[in-house]
Ligand binder design. Structure first.
Ligand code: AFP
Length: 318
């Protein structure tokens, strides 16, 4: 299997921004290897899933590992001169790193942290943007994006906008190419949604899910399966592997008028990967990647996955 650096050599040669993004991915990979070790073999004095006693900009209670992962990612990016700004889901504002930097890195350092205590896969999500356009720019501007999954294997899905590359961490602490031609199946019989929010859904979401649940007796004329991990990176990895549609829509709960997921740190990087793999990613009105963020921590309804099924969902929209 080819080492991460070898696979990325051809990308780095294309242009200086891509070369800067390659350096960033290499630095993140080293930090992630350390985070993976910490998760797999936590040292006795750090309860990773314990509350840190602080909250992030969204008011989410931060786990010890949220704070630790954020520090490790920021320290890794400090070693990459090209990184001008670090935008973290765990920090209120943009963190200046290098005045002469040419790229911005946005990250959810530890996605799914409420699952740490339950031994469920969690991840690190990142988005790399040109610094010249500032912190608030549409996701279509991304130079590169990806996410790591700390699961039974520690893996990375990465794109520079064309194809997707997949890597797996080996026991030497290095990432190697999985030689997986990543494409999302256009058709699916599997949806992912937190069904406990059913009474809060808007009518179009409720109608779409009801028709899936009606199976062969309903208008879809086939049966559907449901999966919901509650960790975006785990649900997303499954969809890249076998297709599916993921829905975190807006709902009637206070604070969920634009859903739960963050545009800059979660939806944009995942949407960049999804479109590169032939899938679709929308907010219910149009492509996620065309949305201009109104603020760093803006939330967005997020529906993504198999292209035919996202199109089918959009037919229910008023
Ligand atoms: P945490 O990081 O607080 O665990 O949230 C994870 C997440 O942002 C995303 O990874 C999941 O898809 C989503 O929340 C799950 O949300 P619900 O807990 O409302 O189902």
């Amino acid at each position: 299997m080819s080492h991460l650096s070898t696979t990325l050599e051809s990308v780095a040669s294309r242009d200086p921004l891509r070369a800067a993004a390659v350096d960033t991915v290499k630095a993140l990979a080293l930090a992630v290897a350390d985070i993976a070790t910490l998760i797999r073999w936590p040292s006795g004095d750090v309860a990773l899933g314990a509350a840190s006693g602080s909250a992030n900009a969204d008011g989410d209670n931060q786990k010890a590992l949220d704070v630790l992962a954020d520090e490790m990612i920021q320290n890794a990016l400090c070693k990459v001169p090209s990184v001008a700004l670090y935008l973290s889901e765990e920090q209120d504002g943009a963190v200046p790193l290098h005045d002469s930097g040419t790229i911005i890195v946005a990250s959810d350092p530890l996605d799914g942290s409420s699952n740490i205590d339950t031994n469920v896969s969690v991840g690190t999500i990142f988005s790399i943007l040109p610094a010249v356009d500032g912190a608030l720019q549409a996701g279509r501007n991304q130079i590169a994006a990806g996410f790591f999954v700390y699961g039974p294997q520690t893996t990375l899905l990465l794109t520079f906008g064309e194809s997707i590359m997949a890597f797996q961490l080996d026991n030497d602490g290095q990432f190697y190419d999985m030689d997986w031609q990543v494409r999302i199946e256009p058709k699916t019989d599997e949806f992912a949604i937190n069904a406990s929010n059913m009474r809060q859904w808007q009518s179009d979401v409720a109608a779409y899910i009801a028709d899936c649940l009606a199976g062969t007796n309903g208008p879809r004329r086939r049966n559907f399966n449901m999966r919901w991990v509650g960790s975006l990176v785990a649900d997303a990895w499954r969809i890249f592997r076998r297709g599916g549609i993921f829905l975190y829509p807006a709902d009637a709960r206070s604070g969920y008028g634009a859903g739960r997921l963050r545009l800059v740190y979660e939806a944009n990087p995942v949407a960049f990967l999804v479109e590169a793999a032939g899938g679709k990613a929308v907010d219910g009105n149009g492509p996620i990647l065309d949305i201009l963020p109104e603020s760093l921590h803006a939330r967005v309804p997020f529906i993504f996955g198999s292209a035919n099924e996202v199109d089918e969902f959009m037919r229910y929209r008023p």
